[in-house]
Design a protein around this ligand. Structure first.
Ligand code: PLP
Length: 428
């Protein structure tokens, strides 16, 4: 289907400085924004208010999984909004049940709760864990250092990074952090109060670090032995991003012992709505009914509009073979970047990731960047912006690529050559 490029409106003449100034006067300054204001996009291309085109490997932080202004998403939004957008969770709608079924089908026996964001999906899993351990006085959830679980109070308590907690103490009790990919540390950390272990399949906000096979299988065994829930935050790495529905399915591919691997709960959001805000968690049987009537809720969660959009996205991904596209383009891009690393080992330290979630870790002391005290990742990203490519920082040293699932090979090549140019200039 052809994507529609909206005409450039008169607002384009409203320059970026005026927009920025309006934010400064009226918007809480909790974000360090890049000095870019966008007006419209089409697929993996996006235009700023001055009319400059960029290739988008940021996709609103792993959200716009079918690119911008996707005609079928627009159509699903229009059609559903002409019928019903929202009725609340006092009632049933057809898209809600259908979307839950599509998610259950792709993970395993269990049930789904719908909400509006990643942090809220994670919050639901904390409540599942609390309810699970409650009668035995267990409430503690172990999470990993360098994890990210959102910005609510429980989210920053769960997140294993000091910078998100600072100034907001006292934190929500019951969270303790363990080193990621370290099974022995997880074993040693379990206390009589522990109810769950909660990890990302690929840590997204501190450098793009996938879990190892041994870690996932070891945690499953450990949780079974100690009667703990194994919970996974798939807000960023889930929903097809790695070229399987869930990142653990990709990580564990071809491992015979992993054939029956399933966590007990999975949170998701970001790509689920492709830009429409929707989150969800899946919880496995026999825990799927732990949150009974009246124990959890949210006004907007699972509304007909969001669910209709999410259903359309799943059907397009499967109809258009986008899972294969994610794997093919992602693997080629990662391969090309790895070759680039071998050409410039003094600039690129490591290339990590799976599918279309790729992290480029830069060396700590690059002479060309020594003049600024800004993080290496931000300095590289600014240079990529100047060259016409959007990417996302992941910690101080890593640049993250999170393109749309329908990225075309020529677009991947264009993005790569922009990165190659920036890297070669850093080396000269
Ligand atoms: C983005 C993210 C969240 C938080 O999602 P929000 O929608 O911003 O609340 C939680 N966990 C992970 C792994 C994420 O990447």
């Amino acid at each position: 289907m052809r994507e529609i490029v909206p005409p450039i409106s008169a607002i384009v003449r409203n320059d970026q400085a005026a927009i920025q100034e309006q934010y400064q006067r009226n918007v809480v300054p909790s974000y360090g924004r890049f000095p870019l204001a966008f007006s419209h996009g089409c697929g993996s291309e996006i235009w700023d208010v001055g009319g400059r085109r960029y290739l988008d490997f940021a996709t609103g932080i792993a959200v716009c999984c079918l690119g911008h202004a996707n005609a079928e998403i627009t159509q699903a939004l229009a059609e559903q909004s002409q019928k019903l957008m929202h009725v609340s969770n006092l009632y049933y709608t057809q898209p809600g049940g259908q979307l839950a079924e599509e998610i259950v089908k792709r993970i395993g026996p269990g049930k789904v709760f719908f909400c509006n964001s990643g942090a809220e999906a994670d919050e639901g899993l904390y409540k599942v864990a609390r309810k699970f351990g409650h009668d035995e006085g267990r409430f503690e959830i172990l999470t990993a250092f360098n994890s990210f679980h959102g910005r609510t109070l429980a989210g920053i308590s769960a997140t294993g990074q000091e910078k998100v907690k600072k100034g907001f103490e006292p934190l929500v009790p019951g969270f303790r952090h363990i080193p990621y990919n370290d099974l022995e540390a997880a074993k040693a950390a379990i206390s009589p109060a522990t109810a769950a272990i909660f990890i990302e399949g690929i840590q997204g906000e501190s450098g793009v670090t996938p879990a190892t096979v041994e870690y996932l299988l070891g945690l499953r065994k450990l949780c079974d032995e100690k009667k703990l829930l194994l919970l996974m935050d798939a807000v960023q790495c889930g929903h097809f991003r790695t070229g399987r529905y869930q990142s653990f399915q990709r990580i564990l591919e071809g491992i015979p012992e992993a054939a029956n691997f399933l966590p007990d709960g999975i949170s998701m959001a970001k790509a689920l709505g492709g830009g429409f805000p929707i989150g969800a968690f899946w919880v496995r049987q026999p825990y799927a009914d732990l949150l009974g009537a009246g124990t959890h809720g949210t006004t907007f969660g699972g509304n007909a509009l969001g669910c209709a959009v999410a259903l359309k996205i799943i059907s397009v991904i499967e109809r258009d073979g986008l899972i294969e596209n994610i794997r093919a383009i992602g693997d080629r891009l990662k391969g090309a970047l790895t070759t680039l690393m071998h050409s410039y080992p003094q600039i690129i330290k490591e290339v990590r990731g799976l599918g279309l979630m790729i992290g480029l870790e830069f060396q700590p002391r690059i002479p060309a960047l020594a003049g600024s005290d800004k993080a290496t990742s931000l300095q590289v990203i600014n240079r990529l912006h100047e060259a016409g490519l959007l990417t996302v920082p992941s910690g101080m040293q890593t640049v993250r690529l999170l393109p749309a699932y329908n990225l075309k090979q020529n677009e991947a090549d264009e993005g790569f050559s922009i990165i190659q140019n920036v890297v070669s200039k850093l080396a000269s």
